[in-house]
Design a binder for this molecule. Sequence first.
Ligand code: PDD
Length: 284
Amino acid sequence: MSDQVVYWCGAFVPKANVRVSPDDRAFLFGDGVYDVIRAIDGRLFRGADHIDRFSRGAAALDIDAGGLDVAAVAHELLARNGLEHGQATVYMQLTRGAAPRTHAFPRPAAPPSVYLAAQAFTPRRSSLDEGIRVITVPDVRWGRCDIKSICLLPNVLAAEQAMQAGAEEALFVRDGVVLEGAHTSFCAVLADVLVTAPLSNQILPGITRRVVLELAQRLGLPVREGPILRAELSRATEAFVTGTTTDVTPVISVDGQSVGSGTPGPVTRRIQEGLAEAFTELTP
Ligand code: PDD
């Protein structure tokens, strides 16, 4: 979108006018955090949860956003870009700013670089309806996967590997345990229990994951936050991935092996319906 208006370091400007310094620590080191929020008819879905995660990530990296009001900027961007109706995403990124290259933080601190952009979003209907194939890959990521860092190289390489294998997502496996996808959380139905990895430094605390757990509880579905072994996936009757841009997407095969019947199952469908309802119940 050539006339897209974005937020860059304190001002609303045409995207084409943004100039990022080659000294920006995001460019040099991947030194920053990001988040993505779904917007429906101008309202942020679980906006407070995303903003809280973004703020905690910034605090963990000791980057001061300097009084940034994410919700106000996000709403302004939706309005300025004509996205008050229909579906959109808001991307936000905070970096340690531009400073001469040193590994340790710049002294004195540089002003942070703040970028937010809103754009129209179309859910992938065919994936949601028919499900996706996924592969598993060794988890070579760092020890703080709970921080939504912009350092996404392992995720990028895993997603590319999936693409080349004719799959749509890669699941990270560490010590035989399936943790999450390259850009999604992962759930499986094992012996009629909905299982997903417990929160830890090894996964991102997915907001959609949290919504799914709330929905499952409301629907009376048995849930366990515990390890899912790669070896037990052959016994899973259903599986799905969740995320802000993925919603609840059924997984129909893992590494070429069908999950259950090889078609989206009833638990997945109920959770999908629950999420769709949660979207329509959004309050301003
Ligand atoms: N990805 N795990 C990882 C590694 C992720 O990158 C994401 C989100 C999730 C799902 O989290 P949530 O439900 O809060 O979106 C889990 C975003 C959408 C992205 O990178 O674009």
